[in-house]
Design a protein around this ligand. Sequence first.
Ligand code: GDP
Length: 386
Amino acid sequence: MKLALIGFGQAGGKIVDEFLAYDEAIDGGFVETAIAVNSATTDLHGLERIPKRNRVLIGQARVKGHGVGADNELGAEVTEEDISEVQGAIDRIPIHEIDAFLIVAGMGGGTGSGGAPVLATHLKRIYTQPVFGLGVLPATDEGGIYTLNAARSFQTFVREVDNLLVFDNEVWRDAGETVAGGYDRINKEIVERFGLLFAAGEVHHDDHVAESVVDSSEIINTLEGGVSTIGYARETVDNADDGLLSTFRETETFDEGTATNRMTSLVRKATLGRLTLPCDVASADRGLVVSTGPPEHLNRKGVERGRQWLEDETGSMEIRGGDYPRPNQDEVGAIVLLSGVTDVPRIDQLQQVAIEAQDTTEMVQARAEEDLTSLVDTGGELDALF
Ligand code: GDP
């Protein structure tokens, strides 16, 4: 499916930059336009692939290109004030060519956290295309303010988009990594999962023999509302294009069964392994199973069994399935999109910590005011100047 990608804030911009690299690397064709919006000039300069004319600086009158810090209320305000600047870049998108908007943002910061929901509201008011969000949750050790920002942004962003796809930094970080090195690796994990899903919806039926390719409308229908998470599992296979075709043909009967079992087990691994947002799979409302790899390894029976297994796991009757044929690959994989998930312990925990952080902040502020009053107060023995 063709997307207009809008990266909001530093994380959002970097991830969209990475999406462009991935789209090019796999020849996916899912990025129609890529835009970055930020209140910090240096972050916009740091981007590599998003065209310069699509980099929009907002809040200049208020923060002079220095960013909003981690103040997401200010992030929301400057976005509202400068929405026409953002619209200027959006006006250049060939709207009739896109299937959806995708707004990408780190939810713990200021610009993306506050601005992304404002932009979603704006786009939904103007366009008929669905507006999806890709929100990145902060790791737990980032501190109270990031958690509070993320919890408040999450609440607003979910309400304003057609679906919020979530990626949790906490689950994907590795001990012993530098923050920058960690983000580079994590961003690659992000774009691979979501990129494969969107690229799957971009294969046209006449491109390949498979009649069971995923359609962009199937992705859109699966993303009908609420919150989504993605699982992905893959395995290396002998590629028939490597000159092994004859071997493959000779053992076709055997391979048929192997391919079926492999695909079914990949669907299970993708679902029960590390999700972009861990959740109770049974709470998903809808799902989509996509098998990827060389066409000769894409086994309908395997996908169908995987799909049925997911129906049983979720108790949902709305589990779709399809292929994303990728000739010349030496891997087969399964992408599982779970949508409308509601049992998400991480979100409950995030909200709990956010409420505590909010209470503590209010208490500290009140005490600081009292302390300042007592510091300045001389019991009426000195008069202020005015
Ligand atoms: P903003 O520029 O004010 O929107 O804030 P940032 O985007 O810098 O940071 C928001 C949050 O995003 C942080 O709390 C981190 O959790 C996360 N973050 C920052 N940079 C990256 C990145 O490159 N990748 C990922 N996955 N997360 C990031």
